[in-house]
Design a protein around this ligand. Sequence first.
Ligand code: PHE
Ligand code: ZN
Length: 890
Amino acid sequence: MRTETGITIRREDYQPYPFLIPTIELEFELSAERTQVRSRLVVERRKDVLISSDLILNGEDLTLVSLELNGVVLSQTQYTLTEATLTVHNVPDRAELVIVGTCQPAQNTSLSGLYVSGKHLFTQCEPQGFRRITWFADRPDVMSIYRVTLRASRSEFPLLLSNGNLLQQRELEAGRHEAQWHDPFAKPSYLFAVVAGDFVCREHHTRTASGREVLLQVYSDVGTEDQTEWAMESLERALRWDETRFGLELDLDRFMIVAARDFNMGAMENKGLNIFNAAYVLANPNTATDGNFQAIESVIGHEYFHNWTGNRVTCRDWFELSLKEGLTVFRDQEFTADMMAAGLPATEAASARAVQRIDDVMGLRLSQYPEDRGPMAHPIRPESYQEISNFYTATVYSKGAEVIRMMHTLLGEQAFRAGMDEYFRRHDGQAVTCDDFINAMQWALQQTAPQKNLDVFRHWYRQAGTPRVSVQLQHDPVAKRCTVTLTQDCPAVGVEKASPIVKQPFHIPVTLGLLDDTGKSLSPQVTLELKEASQTWVFDNISTRPTPSLLRNFSAPVLIDYAYQDQELALLSAHDDNAFTRWEAGQEIASRKMIALAQAWRQHAKFEELDPLLAKSWSASLLAKDLDAGYRARLLSIPPSHAVIERMAHMDPLAVLEVRTRIREQLGTTHAATLLNTYQANLTPGQYSPSPGPAGKRALKNLALTYLMASKHPEAANLTQTQFRHATNMTDRMAAFTALIHDGSSELNAPAATQFYEDWQHDQLVVDKWFSTLASSPRTGVNELTGLMAHPAFTMRNPNRVRAVVFAFCMSNTRGFHAQDGQGYHFWSDQVLALDAINPEIAARLARVGDQWARFIPEVSQRLHAQLERIATHPTLSRNTLEIVSKALS
Ligand code: PHE
Ligand code: ZN
């Protein structure tokens, strides 16, 4: 049984749009029930593009009121209206088109187009939401100057915002008012935005590097004025950073950020009017954790950086999405790393950067690696798609950023910067492709190294899959010579299986060090450039067989295959002077042992002794007090279950969870005294600051607490309860709360759950934390979760709440989701279908939980497959979800 699949759009079919639309004037009569939009377009036929004289515009869920061409009302024979398009026939070379239509924001639950959130109106246009507001050439290569007039009831919508500069505001009759906005930069429709409502606003005046005065504003719900200071500070830091690191200034007089409660993604870079998921704006020490503070800074940076990488230079079509997303993620990662390291002495700065790198790489491995071997695998520049919103993926974003980072590694900071400058010099104001970006980088590379090029490197944009690099090391003690052979391999994945391509070798920078058996460096660190299927390098003057420290700083998004001996990993985890690979070695030890223990557990249902190597390397890190606390917290974290499961030939989530639980229990029991000391030694009294020093201490202290809780240490419950009651910041409160809910006895966790909700029910973002802690608790099965969904504060309409409950259960609650009776899988398909009727983008994301069905142990695999079939045969499935499940089943 197979359902039909959607229409596939291919990159190779790109055609330029046959018209230019230099200007668009929009007039909105805003209201939640029915908004009228009058659009006046100037259209000019492109002489260089020979296609029929018809003008085809996109439009969805709209009602047409009237249509005029050059002042003449068109009759029904002069245009054709379908569900998705408006075609105007016989358009002259230059024409003015006036379209009046209406849409219904209050009925719009998809959160794409114009929609209602709370009492406000918001738009979301990327990638194809503008066509849900008015008919237009809704594609990124059609760039226009926008003039926007907004009219609405003053009492309902006292603030009327759009892109660019405010031209004027005036009162109208009958309690209505009007605002006029003008954006001086031509932009594609996906960057258009309107916000109407009642907000509080934090303002800050500052000057750009060249001395221009600019106004920064952060708008949020009334009552949240004490939660926007960090966002404003982050915005100003982002401004300064882009000036100093890339020489890029804010190009507008005013830059606005607005927080929305209902939002499908993290945030959106609309020109001059960024709209954010409130979760990435609102924070104060009492409501937000260290992790929240950091995420806010990085998302604010990300959207701000889009102003150049995305807005000034945009994408030719959506296949080129990584042009702006990969590059902007790279920029926000560098921003965060620079902020973390700011003001610290060199060694501490290095470890702060390493912490950032570890967290980014963990994210990549947890989300992108599985994607790259599943049914949705695609190159960072996909060759085809059915529904573009399904391609805002970890591959396009995180792997895209890794590909930019590799170019940065290959060129070095200076040449990379020269390449960026050249990119803007060539393409400012244009809609371009990833090739254009690489060309600018290649030009910069050849300024300093004329013999080098990026020809092989380009394959990263065309080929999917995570390359595996096998390492062979040989040592000749007589010749004192060491040879290192790297061999790469990347079999077909995802769509490559259906339509095979000849895969070429990738250009892979492998940064490596060689250590002697006391951990000292035997030769300076080098970056090997693997460009062929297999290559060998020779190192002279190496008297003893070295231990290689491979892929330092994670120099490429690959899998490394090297037959490390246990003692070699122990050596690296104790002595490698590269903080990243040192951490990596410890994780490798733990993962290997966990897989072995999980397999044994599956066979004899018993947990064997904790491996001495794992115990030893872990306790060495516990005792390494000279290391930075935040870094030590990473060293002491047992790899998350998902990361380990991902490495198994037959993924066995419950077995991994079981051994992970036992390992934490045992480590906690064996090292209770040291953990208690670690807890006490890392308290952070005094005023709260989210900076890496104190945040690292909190991470370490709270990790110690979870080990003590996991091992049911007699003092742990008290300690945790005391911390829960007396915490002076949300990081400590959440850590204690999570420990009580996930690891506490039943006498502890029910009262904690009640207390937390009572204390925080007024704050929606904190209530999300409460929901997600409960939903991801190993105590929560489908029945408990269903109870949670009956809570009056639960709603399927708010994506953050759905993520906190449904996604948290299906993605972070291994025990509940994978429960033996299979109820978790049934629950999952129920929720996919329920969401699909409300918000297809969110439903399709949840559907991706089924992607990996074929890689699980047979009983899991069969059950997931049955649920996928159930979803796929649902009669009214959205295109979004249909693409995901049909690919999973193909
Ligand atoms: N372009 C946004 C970003 O990455 C993400 C986004 C995509 C938001 C689609 C909404 C809709 O910054
Ligand atoms: Zn982005």
